[in-house]
Ligand binder design. Structure first.
Ligand SMILES: Nc1nc2c(ncn2[C@@H]2O[C@H](COP(=O)(O)OP(=O)(O)OP(=O)(O)O)[C@@H](O)[C@H]2O)c(=O)[nH]1
Length: 418
């Protein structure tokens, strides 16, 4: 039975080692106004990448703000004296602290969710602003101090508490407007004082917005450069496939430990274009390159996006890692690839189509049966030996064997090569 599971998706966090999407101008465009990547996949990749830092920042920022918020209750009591008014303000301040605490706890309860961080931060900010409006209403004689506090709070919302710019800006602007409305309604400031206060608040909001916007852009620019370098070091520039370095340093270890942990099957296919040298010799190196690209595209188009990985293993040799796939499924796939390659061709010059065949070595390990540990190279070596067995027995065919660990692999590979 083929065990290819078309809907398999790794958890976002366990995909930590996964490559970001290929860097191209369109995918990594930043929408200047929103200060976010225009491509949603890239934006969510960016947010996942930032998640641990965002969680740490949000916890520190909210707890720091909540502590100060509650501490300022002393000034309520000093201004209003102990009584119902001070109690109402105190309850408002406690509500902010509770909301901040819950938002911090949410970063532990939902450690993979960026959206919940934004939700928690936004709700705490809104409750904080609402509680502050109560202070403004109950302590109407201290408007200049409130205006100063409002400026600081707006800056905190824009810059200090991590949030989407698209959420922070409306929260900052609306709460500042409500504050100005209350102050004008209270009518304790002269026209000149009101104008001065409004201009100062516009200034702090403007600077806050610009700083938040600039910070969001800078972080995305950094991410774009990092992704570009990661792609350079982990992808083959000709075909866009992963390169051998990525396979050996990250991918195979990650997939093997995942398969071992969940007792799943994992298949490895190595394939190599037959008589590729003669393509180069007959049509030239650029034509050979074009054939390699066709082959790589065919392999990629026949594997599951974000699940399987196609690696350019050598010159004209490709390795495919198929998670949650047993030997039967992998052999079926290799056969489909082999026949698809026969019926495809590459136009290397006007009216010149080059057709090639390929040989395949396939192996799979079922961790429900194999408990012993083995070096990742052993699995790849087994597939490689099967490839050479396929080459020796006339090319354009598929050789396979189940991998049972060190000894059985050698035994089976020898048997298959015989
Ligand atoms: N065009 C092109 N050729 C490459 C590239 N990398 C390796 N090659 C060529 O691939 C060819 C591999 O030749 P061989 O190893 O003899 O294999 P083959 O001719 O395919 O023969 P079999 O594998 O035994 O069927 C060599 O001529 C290399 O120069 C590349 O990036 N582009």
């Amino acid at each position: 039975m083929a065990a290819i599971c078309p809907h398999w998706r790794g958890h976002p966090e366990t995909q930590g080692g996964a490559l970001p999407p290929l860097v191209n101008d369109a995918a990594y465009n930043i929408r200047r106004l929103r200060a976010e990547f225009s491509d949603r996949t890239v934006e969510s990749h960016f947010n996942r990448h930032q998640l641990p830092r965002t969680q740490a920042q949000v916890r520190l920022a909210l707890l720091f703000c909540a502590t100060f918020y509650v501490a300022f209750a002393i000034t309520d009591i000093m201004a209003l004296g102990p009584g119902n008014d001070a109690l109402i303000l105190f309850l408002g301040r406690v509500a902010v602290a509770v909301s901040a605490l819950i938002s911090c706890l949410m970063t532990y309860w939902y450690p993979h969710s960026v959206r919940r961080i934004w939700l928690g931060a936004s709700i705490t900010e809104i409750i904080g602003m609402a509680a502050f409006m109560l202070v403004v209403i109950y302590r109407p004689t201290e408007t200049p101090w409130h205006a100063m506090a409002m400026s600081i709070m707006a800056l905190v919302v824009y810059i200090y508490i991590p949030n989407r710019v698209a959420y922070a800006v409306p929260i900052g602007v609306i709460s500042t407007s409500v504050f100005v409305g209350i102050v004008i309604y209270q009518g304790r400031l002269s026209g000149t004082e009101q104008l001065t206060m409004i201009m100062l608040l516009v200034l702090s909001n403007g600077f806050g917005c610009m700083a938040a916007h600039r910070y969001a852009l800078i972080r995305r620019e950094e991410f774009r450069v990092q992704s570009f370098l990661k792609n350079l070091s982990e992808r083959d520039p000709l075909t866009g496939c992963h390169n051998r370095r990525y396979l050996q340093q990250e991918l195979l270890n990650m997939e093997l430990s995942r398969a071992r942990r969940f007792k799943l099957s994992l298949a490895v296919v190595i394939c190599d274009i037959d008589h590729f040298k003669s393509v180069n010799d007959t049509y030239g190196h650029p034509a050979g390159d074009a054939v390699l690209i066709t082959f790589a595209n065919l392999l990629r188009s026949m594997t599951r996006e974000s699940v399987d990985s196609v690696i350019r293993y050598g010159g004209e040799e490709f390795l495919i890692v198929l998670p949650e796939t047993d030997l039967t499924g992998a052999v079926q796939l290799a056969e489909r690839m082999r026949t698809a390659l026969i019926s495809s061709g590459t136009e290397v010059a006007p009216d010149t189509i080059v057709g090639v065949t390929a040989s395949f070595g396939v192996t799979a390990v079922d961790f429900a049966l194999v408990e012993q540990r083995f070096a990742q190279e052993l699995l790849v070596d087994t597939a490689d030996r099967l490839l050479y067995a396929a080459k020796s027995s006339g090319r354009n065919n598929v050789k396979s064997v189940e991998f049972f660990g060190r000894d059985s692999a050698t035994l089976h590979a020898r048997r298959a090569a015989a």
